[in-house]
Design a protein around this ligand. Structure first.
Ligand code: NAD
Length: 492
């Protein structure tokens, strides 16, 4: 197949592997179709990378590491800022590409692009600080020795990302990895590689040296697994499903390499009777239907204090039935399709299961007729606690709602999951805000706030949701080794 007959998409389109500064075909000569989830049309074909391509990319990254690790923080900061400016300059094309490939409404794609810019700018600042803070003296209990602690780049790192926030999950890894002085082999999702390939082109234009950033597209089996297993890769940072995260950890164990994992979630929004009801409706809807619910942080369990339960259900029913689902480029559209066919089918199975499990009430929205992976926004009221829809991550626009009577009961239900990524609390009582935030087993707690994420903070969760934290100084530390240098006094 050739890309010539495919419909044009805005801006230059990159579909080749990017290795050692060169756009090249994969060794297998096979290509994979990229589908627009709103129309189900093929919009591009990308290289199906292989273990051989991974090896070429890792070796290029290892070679580049020799000089990249010697650059100053200020030099790396200048490149990170140049990437941020490059993304800004292509803001509109990148948002369009994100919407075409992933299906999210254009307004949401624009938020993603802003997030990428903010992340590169933030880590440029931390890279600069490394020139001052990268080496620090340690106070010792005697004068016979002098000890310094150095923060050094981990080496060649493998970055593996999913399809729900392409570019954003990548920026959260790529910016700190480059800031730390690591070189990178990036494996985007085979479902949404186009925004990542565009980002690589921006990095190349910004002057990132050959071999410092390499992108190998393809499947998890053909590209992801060999990347994790490669002996020259020092560290793997993975975002994706918990099941694949487990496999990544096992494979990484065979070469004793470090892993950072950002995995699934089954998070709660807890609405107390003293909450502002308008705000609660807003936060429940955005926590469940933003990005068509394809968020690791989706607050897919809605816990509401009994006295306001019926009022909240009525308001949510109104909201869901009015939610405009459709093509992300149509004005007024609030929710797009699911990003790929497999996910669409998976979510439909969960909805059928929820119905079979006998919820007291099922609230459903509407979807446009015709092609596209559109799923009705759905709320199950009072579904059984042992139902799969209540216990498992659905990763679609499906919420389950239950009423509670006491604060302790609400916290107990929210914590009764194998995951611990995020939680939202909606209450006007300041003492309760603190109590509940303290009691929730989650890496992020939003109090009366939407799911805003600042690169300065931290991202990750408890239990089976994560290992390590992204963003903030933690995100940088994930790509650093610590070295102690102890020198006998009077010999230096
Ligand atoms: P996935 O686990 O199927 O795939 C993620 C990435 O891993 C893809 O690039 C895939 O090709 C690759 N992969 C697949 N098999 C592999 C293997 N054996 N070795 C190495 N790499 C392999 O996940 P997905 O369906 O793309 O994304 C959805 C999942 O991601 C959800 O579970 C969601 O909760 C999670 N997620 C988590 C966060 C977070 O920050 N915690 C953020 C976004 C998504």
């Amino acid at each position: 197949m050739t890309t010539k007959s495919l419909p044009r998409i805005d801006g230059p389109l990159h579909t080749h592997l990017y290795i050692d500064g060169i756009w090249r075909s994969g060794e297998s000569r096979r290509r994979l179709p990229i589908i627009n989830p709103s129309t189900e049309e093929t919009i591009a074909e990308i290289e199906a990378g292989s273990a051989t391509d991974v090896d070429t990319a890792v070796r290029a990254a290892a070679q580049a590491f020799r000089s990249w690790k010697k650059t100053t923080g200020a030099e790396r900061a200048a490149l990170l800022r140049a990437i941020a400016r490059g993304v800004e300059a292509q803001r509109s094309d990148l948002a369009t590409l994100q919407s075409r490939n992933n299906g999210k409404p254009l307004a949401e794609a624009q938020i993603d692009v802003c997030d990428v810019v903010a992340t590169f700018d933030y880590y440029a600042g931390l890279a600069e600080q490394l020139d001052e803070t990268g080496e620090s003296t340690v106070a010792l209990p005697c004068d016979d020795y002098r000890a310094v602690i150095r923060r050094e780049p981990a080496g060649v790192v493998g970055l593996i990302v999913p399809w729900n926030f392409p570019m954003v999950t990548t920026a959260w890894k790529l910016a700190p990895a480059l800031a730390a002085g690591c070189t990178v082999v990036l494996k985007p999702s085979e479902v949404t590689p186009l925004p990542e390939l565009a980002l690589a082109a921006i990095a190349a234009e910004a002057g990132v040296p050959c071999g410092v950033l390499n992108v190998v597209t393809g499947t998890g089996v053909d590209v992801g697994a060999p990347l994790v297993a490669h002996p020259l890769v020092s560290k793997v940072s993975f975002t994706g499903s918990t099941g694949i995260g487990e496999q990544v950890m096992k494979t990484a164990a065979t070469t004793i390499k470090g892993v950072s994992l950002e995995l699934g979630g089954k998070s709660s929004i807890v609405v107390f009777a003293d909450a502002d009801l308008d705000l609660a409706v807003e936060l429940v809807a955005s926590g469940g239907f933003f990005n068509a619910g394809q968020m690791c942080s989706a607050t897919s369990r809605v816990l509401v204090e009994r006295p306001i339960a019926e009022a909240l259900i009525a308001r949510l029913a109104e909201r869901v039935t009015q939610l405009v689902v459709g093509d992300p480029f149509m004005p007024g559209v609030q929710m797009g399709p699911l990003t790929n066919r497999a996910q669409y089918e998976r979510v439909q199975r969960y909805i059928a299961q929820g119905k079979a499990d006998g919820a007291r009430k099922v609230i459903e929205g509407t979807v446009p007729a015709g092609r596209g992976h559109f799923v009705k926004p759905t709320i199950f009221v009072d579904v059984r606690a042992d139902s799969a829809v209540w216990r498992e991550e659905i990763f679609g626009p499906v919420l389950c709602l239950r009423a509670f009577d006491t604060e302790d009961e609400a916290v107990g239900i929210a914590n009764d999951t194998e995951y611990g990524l995020v939680a939202t609390v909606v209450t006007g009582d300041t003492a309760r805000q603190k109590r509940v935030a303290d009691a929730l087993e989650a890496g992020v707690v939003w109090v009366n706030a939407p799911q805003v994420i600042f690169p300065q903070t931290a991202w990750g969760g408890y239990k089976r949701s994560s290992i390590g934290r992204e963003l903030g100084p933690f995100g940088l530390a994930a790509f650093q080794e610590i070295k102690q240098v102890l020198t006998a006094a009077g010999t230096a």
